[in-house]
Design a protein around this ligand. Structure first.
Ligand code: EPZ
Length: 427
């Protein structure tokens, strides 16, 4: 069992280079199965979710070749939709994108019910509604979702909520549907636009991605293409928050500042100095932060995937902050572990009341999901003394080289295995 050992209270400073977006990668990799050519995907993050997806594709008869650390060539011309591996994909939510990609191209797919971070019920009814609107039959039995269609016909789908997954999945299935499909109340996240751009590079006809109405006109086939994915919005935000909580001066590089506007504005409101250029954002903090209120919303609102990290930061701000989680019904399960570090917080349904500034002190904590783990790392960077975070495999799902990137900014962080003691850890 691996864990991180962090000695806090070191202000971070310097430049950190952001990797490709996890949630774009886990959509575009399955989207390549919709293509009848060879695709080369660049700027892939070197993270567990990507390596697991590659393993699963290989088991399906897809030829995958890493051309370098972040470039993958995928040839799915002989993909077998019957060979989706439950074992490899059971912990991933994004496995459900295999449904849309294969249903569109082959008219059939069977995929295990999705896994992923456990913060409350995460149904896929909107995905199913979209597939059925296109003329597919959907059966869920023995923990597997089976979708089938002799012919997909374009249709109108109105999503009950702006679901990222459903928007992408229906978009993928619709690229081959006869006629025009309209997705209304569509999600607008950057990785949706990225996936639409990839599919259009392959010859699809998708208009409106990034708005709440997406129109897809069916085509007969998709060729291969080369495509570089966007930088990770959530990794970017995590380092921006890490700079603020340690009283640091960090510049995140290879980013798209537009994607970060909701966080940049909030950090400025809390008293940080922020500057940005074409592909970088600098966050400078004196360490004296003011309380603020945060409400997570669909993009371009404040991202739910930065809510746990932001809550840790608000715990170090002067005054009372209110955090409202309006995307997921139950995304505060991580606070028990944050409270072990000294965070003062009360949960009432979808709202958290955070009292600051709390004096954070290091101890042993457990990551319960990907972004919960990130919030523990951020809090540990500010805590006095030593923090040991276990279950780092959750964090590895979404952060490439986390300990190296943080160390390069001046953090004292080590990855150790259970039967090893950290080499030198001064308090
Ligand atoms: C994606 O999950 C991301 N995962 C999540 O990131 C992210 O938190 C979420 O979008 C919101 O931005 C990937 O992209 C792999 P949703 P997804 O469908 O698609 C409800 C991370 O840390 N809903 O937008 O599952 C759902 O329960 C992960 O990187 C239905 O009710 O999110 C939730 O309350 C965590 N029925 C809300 O909609 C459905 O059919 C938004 O979910 C689908 C969703």
């Amino acid at each position: 069992m691996e864990h991180f050992v962090i000695v806090g209270q070191k202000p971070l400073s310097g430049k950190v280079y952001i990797s490709g977006a996890k949630n774009a990668a886990v959509a575009i990799i399955p989207a390549t199965l919709a293509s009848e050519g060879v695709c080369t995907i660049e700027n892939l993050p070197n993270i567990e979710d990507v390596s697991n997806f590659v393993l699963a594709l290989k088991k399906m008869g897809v030829k995958c070749k890493l051309l370098d650390k972040s470039t993958l060539r995928i040839d799915a011309r002989n993909v077998n939709p019957m060979l989706v591996s439950q074992e490899i994909l059971k912990d991933m939510r994004a496995s459900y994108y295999l449904l849309g990609a294969l249903l569109g191209r082959l008219g059939y797919a069977q995929v295990p019910l999705p896994g992923g971070c456990n913060f409350g019920q995460r149904p896929i009814d909107q995905h199913i509604k979209g597939f059925e609107a296109l003329g597919a039959t959907v059966v869920i039995e023995h923990g597997t979702v089976k979708v089938k269609a002799d012919k997909l016909i374009g249709s109108n789908v109105y999503l009950d909520m702006a679901s990222v997954g459903a928007t992408i999945n229906i978009m993928m299935a619709a690229v081959y549907a006869e006629g025009t499909t309209t997705i209304e109340n569509a999600a607008r996240e950057p990785h949706i636009v990225d996936c639409a751009n990839f599919l259009n590079m392959c010859g699809a006809n998708i208009k409106g991605a990034g708005t709440d109405i997406i129109r897809i006109t069916g085509v007969d086939s998709l060729k291969g293409c080369s495509y570089a994915i966007i930088p990770d919005q959530i990794e970017t935000g995590t380092y921006m928050i890490a700079s603020a909580i340690t009283g640091g001066d960090v510049t995140v590089c290879n980013v798209i500042p537009k994607h970060m506007e909701s966080l940049t504005a909030k950090l400025s409101e809390m008293g940080c100095e922020t500057q940005s250029g074409d592909d970088w954002i600098r966050v400078k903090s004196s360490g004296n932060l003011e309380a603020a209120n945060v409400k997570t919303l669909y993009y371009p609102g404040f991202p739910t995937d930065l809510q746990p990290q932001m809550t840790a930061l608000l715990a170090c701000a002067k005054g009372t902050s209110f955090v409202t989680e309006s995307v997921f019904p139950n995304r505060f399960q991580y606070v028990d572990q944050l409270m072990r570090l000294g965070v003062k917080i009360k949960i009432d349904g979808r709202m958290a009341v955070v009292e600051g500034p709390a004096r954070l002190t290091g101890t042993e904590v457990i990551a319960t999901d990907l972004r919960a783990g990130a919030s523990l790392v951020v809090a540990a960077l500010a805590a006095t003394g030593i923090t040991k975070i276990s279950n780092v495999h959750y964090i590895d799902r979404g952060y490439q080289d986390l300990e190296y990137k943080l160390s390069s900014l001046g953090a004292n962080i080590q990855r150790v295995t259970t039967n090893e003691l950290p080499t030198v850890v001064e308090a």
